[in-house]
Design a protein around this ligand. Structure first.
Ligand code: GRF
Length: 219
């Protein structure tokens, strides 16, 4: 059984949990997290750093516009381990506690995963273990599922695989197409990521095997 390694509940006078956001694109999940922090729905958490691996990622511009520390490490054409070593250095420099993948379209190197054991969180737009990988919403729609959704999970060495923190499900409607389904899943993602980060930031959990288990607070 792995004990959680942090409890950053501000109510207990602990320092805020410092997030390092990794993104590659539009950054709507990042912005949802930033908004939750700004509006007090995610207490005890702050964004220490936003990193993009894509130069023209709108999420990177949005981070700069918000006045957040933001860095670009272009990954295209670079060996994974070398690129991730630079990313890791930057995360450490900014004293990041927890990495949040928010539309980061690049596999992490084993070295980076090992440097943040159960301290990397990802959001995936399907109910894992169904439809890992790219275009999960389209995969689910084409498969004909009646229930779809999203998953927030810890990251391990396998793609879209680590212990699940939270899932949110929606019904697939007769009127849906792949696009409308993806839109409705994205709405759930924005809710799910904040909720999952609140759960992680509480520190009140254990990871038993693959299972995220809330700790009995009365113990
Ligand atoms: C989301 O659907 C997320 O689940 C997936 O990539 C997409 C990123 O969207 N991993 P955004 O950049 O957060 O808007």
């Amino acid at each position: 059984m792995n004990e959680p390694e942090f409890n950053h509940d501000l109510a207990e006078g602990r320092p805020p949990l410092r997030l390092g956001i990794l993104l590659s694109g539009r950054g709507s999940n990042f912005l949802a997290i930033a908004d939750s922090i700004r509006t007090g729905r995610l207490p005890g958490v702050e964004i220490a750093l936003v990193i993009s691996n894509v130069a023209d990622a709108p999420g990177l511009t949005a981070a700069k516009d918000l006045g957040l520390p933001a860095a670009l490490y272009v990954s295209k054409g670079r060996p994974r381990a070398e690129h991730d070593a630079d990313v890791l250095g930057c995360l450490k420099e900014h004293h990041v506690d927890l990495i949040c993948l928010a539309g980061y379209m690049r596999l992490l190197s084993p070295g980076l995963v090992a440097a943040f054991p159960n301290r990397i969180v990802n959001i995936h737009p399907s109910l894992l273990p169904a439809f890992p990988g790219l275009e999960a919403q389209e995969q689910a729609f084409a498969y004909g599922v009646k229930i779809a959704g999203c998953t927030v999970h810890f990251v391990d060495d396998e793609l879209d695989h680590g212990a699940i923190i939270l899932q949110r499900a929606i019904s697939v409607l007769e009127s849906d197409d792949a696009h409308s389904l993806a839109e409705r899943i994205l709405h759930e993602e924005h809710i799910a990521y904040t909720e999952a980060l609140r759960m992680v930031a509480s520190g009140q959990y254990e990871i038993r095997g693959r299972r995220y288990v809330k700790r009995n607070q009365g113990r």
